[in-house]
Write a protein that binds this ligand. Sequence first.
Ligand code: ADP
Length: 755
Amino acid sequence: MDSVFNASIAISSGLYACLLIYIQIKRRQLRIGRLWLSALLLLAALTDLLLIPLFDTYHLPFTSGFGISALVIGILGVYGYLILKEIRADDSSLSRVWLALSTIWLVAFLISGISGSTVGSGNWIVEAIQHPNVSALIFIGGFFVGSVILLGTALWSFYTASLPEIANRVLFWSVNCFTMLFGCFLLVSGTTLLILLGVITLLLGCTGVIYGSVTYQVIDIRNAFNRAIRTTLLVGLTAVMVFVALYITNGFNIPHTLEGILLLVVIAVVAATLYVPIRKLVELIINPIFRRNQIDAAFVTRQYSQQISLSVELDTLIGTIINTLNKMMRVRRSGLILVNDTGEGKVELQPMQGSFAELNNLSGVLYKKSPLYQQFATAQAPVSQFEIEYSPKYQTMLKVERDFFQSLHTSAYAPIIVEGDLTGILVCGSKLNDSPFYPHDLALLATLANQTGVALRNARLVSDLRKLNDDTARLNNGLASANQQMGKLDAVKTDFVTIASHELRTPLAQLRGYTDIMDALNESGMLDTEKTSGMIDNMRKATERMEELIAAMLDVSQLDVNAMDLRFASTTIETVVRMAVEPLTDAIKQRKLTLSARGLKGLPPIEADLQRLVQAFRNVVVNAIKFTPDKGRIEVTASLHTPETHNEPPSIMVAITDTGVGISSENIDLIFQKFFRGYDPSLHSTGTYKFMGAGPGLGLTIAKGVIEGHGGTVWAESPGHDEENFLGSTFYILLPLKSPDTVRRVAMDQKNLLN
Ligand code: ADP
């Protein structure tokens, strides 16, 4: 036994040496620090060497059992640091705490045991229970606490892992951790056979550590476990069948004759014939339990291509892609990311609506230099999220790129290449059964992505065409309404001629007529004072109308060249409204209208050109009088308007509402145009304040010019034009308390020019 033991230990130490050399060769690939790994291997090898004298007559200064126990603490200290750093990569504080604790543990153990310790010697555990001593207690206590910390952290990380692949990696480390702890415990068991088992277990554990640090994609533990159970069951079944056959032959006591051999053959054939269907039956039962992950690639590909070829619209295509992928790949979520080349050496990644409901507004970038872009566009190969996070190949990826893919919470990506260009990425995962994405899953996803390429290009073409179509339709509509506007403006211009003849010629004709009459009466000596004063009165009225018209035309021409001279001074809206309405009181009375005003008092003062603003308000009120039938109502309300943003100055809002004929929606913006009139002037009365009295179509143009000159705005609202039901209209005037600096400057400059 001793020689077997010694030989095993020698082999084990040799293997540690090999592992040491191996990590030197693979040093570039190591995920864990080379020094720490070397320390772990050296400590393990030293334990092996210390074990040899235990069974020799040769003795070291201290009992080797004690030395081995101290080394085991050292091994656990180093190992614990490594594994905690590995499974809790985002938080290195725990591994540092572990290092400090294990150092304290080692020092305490050394001090307590230097004068003699039973730990590691044969039967020490039983002895320690019967006669507790400090060093044994420190060792057992430390071992227990350490195991709880390491296994607890590993299991916690397993349950909180974001991806099945990461969970699998943590599971690997959990199994490895258990192996290491178990190996260490066996090493100090003090029983030869268990120690030998411990040597082998520790060697296995250390090999696992090296494997885990060299490769980022460790074996799928759960799958391996499943396969092991399945194989065990099948082997067990075979063994049972063979046993039954052997048992039967044994019972027959078959002689070694030709007949006997023939009988054996018959029994073997019967057993084999029975075995095949029984095995099939057992496989039928256990396969669905242990091989749940298997997907029929050919079936999936066929179904997928059938489904997506049915959709030509981008939206429905995306829906089909997502549904089919979810169902076929048995994943929780999947989606499509469109890739748009923005030039500048990068592409924009745009997750399609519906793919990731919560990420509708999210978009990412991928630089063309990025290893991930190379993988997609150049190698045209799929990649898993686990690889992005763990593979050294993607270590140089930028944080923005990494963050984008992490935020998708998916497991696998396959590029969609159309005519050599990366146009999209098919996204998938995680699986419903929480198993990792295997290379064959990625290959299947890549095949599906290839099929998606053509469908996606067609859908994009259709969507582009549709957009183009919509744009053209919108353009056509725009052109039609522009045409209509032009027509109306043209009519406005033509109106000018009518206005010139109607508005100017009527008073001119009156003047002419009265002059002729006066002349004739004068010649015939019939001109008396009464007649003369009546005619002169009419002539004055005609002259006044002409003057008014000419003044309005002059005002408008001033507005045209932006040359209206505004003189700002502090005043109140109340004053403005009062002065605007005062000269109209007679007309209001005559027409039996009611005019009321609300909210004018108590408003803060405004800076305004009083005369001009009064003119503007009067024009609006005159319209309200003109377009409201007798006995109608006109209401003026004012209020302080506090802006929503801090940049805007506070202002006063005045609303002038009437119960008149209203304005049709197509005219509502045109009424502020020069010479625009919403009716045929020849059909209406000519009196200034008469119902539907004709005007030159300049009142609102002037009002708008003046209000805008104050930095304000004016607009009208009305449910529509109706000369029977009188829907009414409201004119809103919004005036800032302080006119903007630009307006003031223009006004000042003009004042300077005039002076
Ligand atoms: P006008 O001298 O013809 O009154 P305006 O520029 O003052 O010219 O008004 C232009 C047109 O706007 C009017 O011809 C009329 O059709 C319409 N309008 C203005 N105010 C009102 C109102 N309060 N109700 C209905 N229509 C109005």
